[in-house]
Write a protein that binds this ligand. Structure first.
Ligand code: ZN
Ligand code: ZN
Length: 657
């Protein structure tokens, strides 16, 4: 027999840690009668198997075809090795190799098995808000370093009890090497705090939090990647109070309901939307409102859509258990004031959220990286991320070619940064609008964390062309301090290149890109946004753009679509008729001053922005003269559009350019 023994050394990269990969390999090897070992390294999973050739062949086939649901194999290499004698197949301790790295799994919503155990009174984790297993639970939000082992997570200070430890060490158990595994005896605990009482008893804390919601109070909840602010979505007084305290006049709030059935009471849910709602990422999905949703109108004024998500942690599931008299839909909005980043550390959360929340439901499992909920829209049965964050980050995009190590700092609004290495582009979780110090701090911490997690030492720094963006200034300083080349990228050229990558384009042959945007600093110092670019990854020409108009008062005009529409009329030499809604929204004196300003051009930057054109139309047709959040005028205009409209305007096309 010994003469027929073969040996194979296998190296796998991708998402292969924290997703049950090693027990899968162990069970597979054992079932094929193979010996050897498997272990995690800081670049993936290493395997050595020994046995007869046909068993090794079928092992390899199954390894590639039926790997665990949350895993993703990016590369697979196998080389023959001299056969060695092992008694059995075993799982060895992880080893770190300096400089090596591998992708880290995003946070994963609670799996069906854990849900069943959570609600089973005979299970030792019955109603335990931190139940998880290899197939679900926190990942990115608790990882401090790689390899992904418990001491490198925020679970390191919880010592497993005997029962948990024996599951953790049993390769046939669902919790084998589930790093955040815990139980009521040894794991994190919740705590309910209000001005009158404080309780750490699990059931009392849950009951108090639920009662607060029934009573119309505003509850701050510590979740997976940060705090949420919650209230009964159908209680308009509570919702209005939350708006007032959060300084958020009109912007829609995200909603959470216990089940798809409940969500279907208020919105249309297609098959594609349902599978996305129930996917491991559990994002917020924008769904078309039914007339029955009028009871939730205060959560999303003047909207056709509501943003719903399902409970993604055991704590959310327990909080939303259906019961007569308990709200079936909760507002579940980020725990922050206005545009600041989401609160995630207990101390700062109490300080920052105390003016908003009546009470807190918190816990003692630290969050290492704050991460907001993701927002996705389904269009033609395909998901389009609006905010790619929890459940997706830090999953990398794959580049068609090997990339040098680059730090790309991103723009100002809805910032994300990116770091590249090999064929990976690690696009960060949602950072927010880089307009204040808090968000800048979060941006800085994020970059440091990603650099460390993925062992990236940038050789180039890319920034937006806009000299005033905090991200640009950060990048310029980083490049100076590290003596690195600084690459300035025109905002809309970045959009073009991103679109090419999104479509897996390798060639750099020029394409035509239509980029419709709000604001981007142009090479001529003007505000671009309605651009037709001709080019590729490396370069572009600005072939066409919208007619230039003036932005009276600069950035402040963005809050005032009425003013922008008068500027568009002015540029087109059209009269300011008294019957037009934007004209009526100004006094005669203000109109006079505005006309003078437009005529003189003082403090009137020039723009070709498509966003401002939408704002203008929205004001002209009487939808919105002033906005309280970015994009409001265009969003409300879109809500009024008839999806069946097929009429077109004749536009002469010049072919001579
Ligand atoms: Zn699970
Ligand atoms: Zn335990």
């Amino acid at each position: 027999m010994s003469g027929e023994i073969s040996g194979l050394s296998i190296h796998i990269t991708g998402i292969v840690q924290g997703v049950g990969f090693r027990p899968f390999v162990y069970n597979l090897a054992t079932s094929h009668g193979l010996t050897g070992w498997v272990c995690n390294s800081s670049s993936g999973v290493e395997i050595e198997v020994f046995g007869d050739e046909s068993s090794i062949d079928s092992f390899i086939k199954e390894l590639r075809s039926s790997s665990p649901p949350l895993s993703r194999i990016d590369s697979f290499s196998a080389t023959p090795v001299i056969p060695q004698v092992y008694e059995s197949f075993s799982i060895l301790a992880s080893h770190a190799v300096v400089g090596d790295f591998l992708p880290v799994s995003p946070d994963v919503s609670i799996c069906a098995d854990c849900q069943a155990e959570l609600l089973d009174p005979n299970n030792r984790r019955y109603h335990y808000p931190f139940i998880n297993c290899t197939n679900c639970g926190p990942r990115f939000s608790i990882i401090q370093d790689i390899p992904y082992d418990r001491p490198n997570t925020t679970m390191s200070h919880f010592t497993m009890c005997d029962a948990c430890a024996s599951e953790y060490h049993d390769p046939t158990d669902r919790r084998y090497h589930a790093q955040p595994t815990a139980c009521p005896v040894c794991g994190p605990q919740i705590k309910f705090i209000d001005p009158y009482s404080e309780t750490s008893d699990n059931e009392t804390a849950l009951a108090s939090a639920r009662k607060a919601l029934v009573d119309g109070r505003i509850l701050a909840i510590k979740g997976l990647g940060g705090f949420h602010l919650a209230c009964d979505a159908a209680n308009s007084a509570a919702v209005d109070e939350l708006r007032l305290r959060k300084h958020r006049t009109d912007k829609p709030f995200a909603l959470m309901a216990a089940s798809i059935q409940t969500i279907r009471k208020y919105v249309e849910v297609s098959t594609a939307e349902q599978s996305l709602l129930e996917s491991p990422s559990h994002p917020i999905i924008l769904l078309k409102k039914l007339s029955s949703a009028s009871v939730l109108d205060h959560t999303a004024p003047s909207q056709n859509n509501l943003g719903f998500m399902l409970p993604y942690t055991p704590l959310h599931l327990l909080l939303l258990q259906p019961e007569p008299g308990f709200p079936d839909v909760l507002v579940m909005t980020s725990g922050n004031i206005s545009e600041e980043p989401i609160a995630y550390e207990d101390g700062e959360a109490f300080e920052r959220l105390a003016p908003i929340a009546d009470c807190f439901l918190t816990h003692d499992r630290p969050i290492h990286m704050r991460v907001d909920d993701s927002v996705v829209r389904v269009f033609l049965e395909k998901p389009y991320p609006i905010r790619r964050s929890r459940g997706y980050a830090p999953d990398p995009l794959s580049a068609p070619v090997n990339l040098p190590e680059i730090l790309a700092c991103g723009a100002e609004l809805k910032n994300t940064f990116s770091l590249s290495r090999d064929r990976y582009v690690f696009v960060s979780h949602h950072i927010g609008d880089l307009e204040n110090l808090e968000t800048l701090r979060s941006f800085d911490e994020g970059i440091t964390h990603y650099k460390n997690l993925f062992r990236i030492d940038p050789r180039f720094v890319a920034v937006d062309l806009h000299p005033d963006y905090l991200a640009t200034q950060y990048g310029a300083r980083y490049a100076r301090e590290h003596s690195l080349p600084l690459i300035q990228v025109q905002h809309h050229h970045a959009h073009l290149a991103a679109c090419l990558l999104d479509n897996n384009r390798i060639s750099d042959d020029p394409v035509i890109g239509l980029i419709f945007d709000g604001t981007g600093y142009g090479t001529d110092g003007m505000i671009w946004g309605g651009e037709v670019l001709y080019g590729g990854y490396r370069s572009y020409q600005r072939a066409f753009h919208l007619t230039e108009t003036l932005l009276p008062g600069g950035d402040t005009a963005i809050r005032n679509p009425a003013k922008i529409s008068l500027s568009h009329l002015f540029s087109a030499n059209l009269p300011w008729g008294e019957d037009l809604p934007p004209v009526r929204s100004f006094s005669a004196t203000d109109r006079f001053t505005l006309k003078q300003q437009l005529t003189s051009g003082v403090n009137c930057p020039i723009t070709t922005s498509m966003g401002r054109l939408f704002d203008s139309v929205s004001a002209l047709v009487g939808v919105r003269q002033m906005v309280t959040y970015e994009g409001q005028a265009a969003i409300e205009l879109e809500n009024l559009c008839d999806p069946d409209e097929t009429g077109v305007y004749d536009i002469p096309v010049q072919n001579d350019v």
